[in-house]
Design a protein around this ligand. Structure first.
Ligand SMILES: NC(=O)c1ccc[n+]([C@@H]2O[C@H](COP(=O)([O-])OP(=O)(O)OC[C@H]3O[C@@H](n4cnc5c(N)ncnc54)[C@H](O)[C@@H]3O)[C@@H](O)[C@H]2O)c1
Ligand SMILES: O=c1ccn([C@@H]2O[C@H](COP(=O)(O)OP(=O)(O)O[C@H]3O[C@H](CO)[C@@H](O)[C@H](O)[C@H]3O)[C@@H](O)[C@H]2O)c(=O)[nH]1
Length: 434
């Protein structure tokens, strides 16, 4: 199919390259000229495993020609289906800011006004239940002068990919959820995903747009709460001098619990769990329901960085000390630092008067936007050198291999928020929940 993808960030770029790989003809539309230029030069604008290869295969002069990018919304006119992958950031009260989606729908609607044939619009962004039906469809209708369900279709297809494994997750998903309020939009979405469905036997859930929107929040809320629950259990374990990882391994043997998302520690960050849990809590409250469990999951998550710092306080007067922070990305495999727990750790260290030496294999440039004046090190070894303590905020594999590097510390105190360093002779080691 001929597809346009509006918004070329972590989701839009990944799915555009993957859809091109599945045989579709894809154009990415983004307002950021640097992103557009990168894709047209066959470069990945973000760090994501496997993405460069796909972009190189399909974009640029040497590619198949199935992937290109532009800043011009008119490109939509030559396509049959458009995916909206625009950001839905968090407002101060936790609710989502729908203004970017609204503006995108308006521009898309104005473009559709000039189209004579059927077109389907698919909302890929995470939006609270009712957003597609009550806000985006009316904007598309008013700007295009057309009627949804008659002249164009509207669907909602939540995305479940994880950063760091985005390409793999998209091409081998656990499920595909197709929400639409009319049959033709459902059929168009199915056609787009058919090559994927055929090759991977993926279960497809067909539903209406509101339910599809809610499935996304339920999925993320459940997973975020699962981590908060294991963190709560982990904090209890720490008080009783029990290893929470041994406990987690045992409960994971119960099929009803399962082994995934039981890694306790510094908690969940990223562009999704914090924003999405807050958004669904705000939406529930707005509707008159107090969601105690989800609100509590957020509170548990919020206090983990301070728990880590208080473990450090027990070993060192941080005021005036040099503290190495190992890991800045919100998880390994990505350069994304949005809502990274490292941000809270660094804030807490600076409030205590520490000098922070920070290191991450790929996320340093992005962290500079939050903290321009940290001492950013070129390697873990350089960050550890002369440090009075180190805290581990991201579970990058390379940190597990650190050994003699600890010898260069002024005092070898390691507080591990991600269980990545082995306890060893010669360092004072403190795990957050073990
Ligand atoms: N990041 C993830 O892992 C993930 C996974 C599933 C769902 N989601 C959801 O997908 C949506 C997009 O997330 P993301 O992480 O890809 O966002 P992002 O911030 O990485 O990218 C958004 C892109 O949209 C562009 N943009 C902004 N306004 C625009 C406009 N008016 N027209 C065209 N382009 C515009 C920006 O330049 C940017 O490149 C969000 O709702 C998010 O919650 C994200
Ligand atoms: O056992 C675990 C697993 C994860 N995390 C943390 O949880 C956060 C989120 O991790 P992960 O879910 O792997 O990454 P995301 O890319 O944020 O993906 C989540 O958010 C996306 C955006 O909505 C969804 O599409 C994905 O399905 C959902 O897993 C990170 O800070 C991890 O360090 C833990 O602390 N313990």
């Amino acid at each position: 199919m001929r597809m346009s993808i509006i918004g070329s960030g972590y989701v839009g770029t990944t799915i555009a390259a993957c859809f091109a790989d599945l045989g579709h003809e894809v154009v990415n539309v983004d307002i950021d000229e640097a992103v557009v230029a990168a894709i047209n030069d066959a470069d990945a604008p973000i760090h994501e495993d496997g993405l460069s290869d796909l972009i190189e295969a399909h974009a640029g002069p040497a590619g198949t020609g199935r992937l290109r990018a532009t800043t011009d919304y008119d490109a939509v006119r030559d396509t049959e289906v458009t995916f909206l992958c625009l950001p839905t950031p968090q407002n101060d009260d936790g609710s989502i800011d729908r203004s970017i989606m609204e503006a995108g729908a308006e521009r898309l609607g104005a473009t559709l006004a000039q189209k004579t044939d059927w077109h389907s619009v698919v909302v890929k962004s995470t939006v609270v239940p009712g957003t597609t039906e009550d806000l985006l469809t009316p904007r598309l209708e008013s700007e295009s002068g057309k009627t949804a369900g008659e002249d164009f279709g509207v669907g909602m297809n939540p995305e479940f990919l994880r950063e760091g494994t985005a390409v793999r997750d998209f091409l081998d998903p656990d499920k595909i959820v197709l929400g639409a309020d009319d049959d033709r939009a459902h059929a168009d979405m199915r056609e787009v995903f058919q090559p994927l469905i055929d090759r991977s036997d993926t279960p497809v859930v067909e539903t209406d747009t509101r339910t599809a929107e809610m499935i996304k929040y339920a999925n993320n809320g459940f997973l975020a709460a699962k981590i908060s629950l294991i963190n709560d259990i982990g904090n209890i374990c720490k008080e009783f001098d029990i290893d929470a990882y041994e406990v987690a391994d045992a409960i994971a043997l119960d099929d009803r619990i399962g082994e995934q998302f039981l890694r306790s520690g510094l908690g969940w960050g990223g562009s999704c769990f914090p924003k999405d849990t807050n958004a669904i809590v705000a939406a529930a409250r707005d509707a008159g329901y107090e969601p105690e469990m989800l609100a509590s999951a957020i509170r548990t998550n919020d206090r983990q960085p301070e728990r880590l710092l208080s473990l450090l306080d027990a070993h060192l007067d941080v005021d005036g000390a040099r503290v190495a922070v190992l890991g800045l990305a919100f998880k390994p495999g990505t350069d994304d630092v949005r809502n990274s727990r490292a941000i809270e750790v660094i804030r807490g260290l600076r409030e205590r008067g520490a000098t922070v030496a920070a290191y991450d294999p790929v996320a340093t440039e992005n962290m500079r936007e939050y903290f321009p004046d940290l001492d950013y090190a070129e390697s873990a070894q350089a960050a550890l050198s002369d440090a009075h303590a180190a805290v581990v905020a991201t579970d990058w594999d390379e940190f597990a291999a650190l050994d003699g590097e600890f010898d260069a510390m002024a005092s070898p105190i390691v507080v591990d928020g991600r269980r990545v360093i082995e306890r060893r002779d010669g360092i004072t080691y403190e795990g957050l929940t073990w």
